[in-house]
Design a protein around this ligand. Structure first.
Ligand code: FCB
Length: 471
């Protein structure tokens, strides 16, 4: 087999998929600041909660940190060239708050803003539209020292920071995502402690979720006032939840799982309410006292689009508290009892693969939230155990995953859901949070010793899909 045939396992099917996409459908790739930039001490950047967390022994696999990551801060031109050759319409990047405002409040760091100006200019020069996420988890450490997202004031600090970035980039960026996955920032960051800042407290998980959404709403209002013509959205990671059986306990556990992973975010944002069952489920752990009059009008500020990150569905089984968790995830300390079963095809992350899950999720959103704004899939992808052989990384499993999920998105649009675009996670292999560098999600392989970039077969496959579109 020659390198070129290995590089694109099935060109005909990639082209056929490209032709299936609705007219004007946008294709892109996504990354996040702490996962790729490195240069944590350069250009006046201050520390973030992920610097602190990753440097705390035992928090990240093998003690890995984002200190160098993909060195994107210095190599962004090469990375933009990879995107140009791929042919993407758009690039979803995130801005590191501690580069822009090292203390999280007050003084602005012009060098930090200048980096993003250079990056955005480079993208525009190559015809790539920037989609900018303002918060992808790297909270300035000084704000955490004052309580982080547990502190209601952080919501206002976030809105102020959003306006600072908008003032600098708003003449070139017209699409903004406030937060990435507030579920992870709150539930994993302050509930299970698996992510920075590593707090384990149910009430903190709920209050931080609320303050994040409040920050989102304040930022949207402030930015929209400054520029009514730009587009504003939020990215939520959502999971369709299915009970493993009709047993009442499993059905109830699935309902609670959906409450925790989806509805405590989608309801305040899309409906301006909290789900009725939130009090019933968490009443003992939290009085929800963080909720003040008028907050829900803020969190439900009208949006131009909703970003959805989808990776896997949750298959839920109720398990007794005392039983050791044999599989992937348990959030019983958060009042729900789901157990996600790793009973079939799983990725290197241990996440089950179910391409139809993305269709089910989109249809659920469409049915549950009348007036749902247009949706962009702002992340989707899989980790594979990619090993280069010479100049080839034959990542057929990733191609199969992306192909199946894009077809699921097409099926959702055919079912009436207004989905406008899809972004692969990720352009590059990168720092996969608590899992470190061993989990590779990129279309492009990164050799962390040399920083060499090597496009994988999936990169070539995606290029065919992009090129084949009818529009
Ligand atoms: C999502 C994150 C993203 C990446 C993928 C694999 O939850 O938004 O940064 O780590 O998972």
């Amino acid at each position: 087999m020659t390198a070129s045939t290995t590089a694109v396992p099935d060109v005909a099917s990639a082209r056929e998929l490209g032709l299936l996409l609705p007219p004007g459908f946008e294709l892109g790739v996504a990354t996040a600041s702490y996962q790729i930039e490195g240069a944590v001490d350069e250009g006046g950047r201050g520390p973030s909660i992920w610097d602190t967390f990753s440097h705390t022994p035992g928090k990240v696999a093998r003690g890995e940190t984002g200190d160098v990551a993909c060195d994107h801060y210095h190599r962004y031109r090469e990375d933009v060239a990879l995107m140009r050759d791929l042919g993407v319409d758009a690039y979803r990047l995130s801005v590191a708050w501690p580069r822009v405002q090292p203390d999280g409040r007050g003084a602005v760091n012009p060098d930090g803003l200048a980096f993003y100006e250079r990056l955005v200019d480079e993208l525009l020069e190559h015809g790539i539209t920037p989609l900018v996420t303002l918060y992808h988890w790297d909270l300035p450490q000084p704000l955490e020292d004052d309580g982080g997202w547990r502190n209601r004031d952080t919501a206002q600090r976030f809105a102020d920071y959003a306006r600072i970035v908008q003032d600098a980039l708003g003449d070139r960026v017209s699409r903004w995502i406030t937060l990435n996955e507030p579920y992870c920032s709150s539930v994993l960051g302050y509930g299970t402690g698996r992510h920075a800042p590593g707090v384990k407290d149910t009430h903190a998980a709920l209050s931080t979720a609320h303050h994040l959404l409040l920050g989102h709403g304040l930022a949207v209002a402030a930015m929209r006032e400054a520029d009514p013509d730009a587009s504003y959205g939020i990215t939520l990671n959502l999971e369709p939840a299915q009970p493993v059986s009709d047993r009442e306990a499993d059905v109830e556990a699935a309902r609670r799982s959906e409450l925790l992973s989806n509805r405590i975010f989608t309801d305040p944002v899309l409906r301006g309410t909290y789900p009725d069952d939130a009090r019933e489920v968490w009443g003992e752990a939290s009085d929800l006292g963080f909720l003040r009059d008028g907050d829900l009008a803020v969190t439900s500020a009208p949006l131009d689009f909703l970003g959805v990150n989808y990776y896997f569905p949750a298959r839920i089984k109720a398990v007794p508290h005392e039983e050791p968790a044999p599989a992937l995830r348990r959030v019983d300390d958060l009042g729900a009892l789901p157990l996600m079963l790793a009973d079939d095809d799983v990725t290197e992350m241990g996440w089950p693969v179910d391409a139809d899950g993305i269709r089910r999720l989109l249809v659920w959103l469409h049915r549950t939230y009348p007036g749902l704004p247009p949706v962009y899939i702002t992340e989707n992808g899989r980790a594979c155990a990619d090993v280069p052989e010479g100049d080839v990384v034959d990542d057929r499993d990733r191609i199969g995953y992306l192909d199946g999920h894009l077809r699921g998105v097409v099926a959702a649009t055919e079912g009436g859901v207004d989905v406008r675009g899809y972004y692969v996670w990720s352009l590059l292999d990168n720092f996969e949070w608590a899992a470190g560098y061993a989990r590779r999600f990129g279309l492009v392989h990164v050799d962390y010793d040399t920083q060499r970039r090597l496009p994988k077969a999936s990169y070539h496959w995606y290029r065919e899909v992009i090129a084949a579109r009818a529009n």
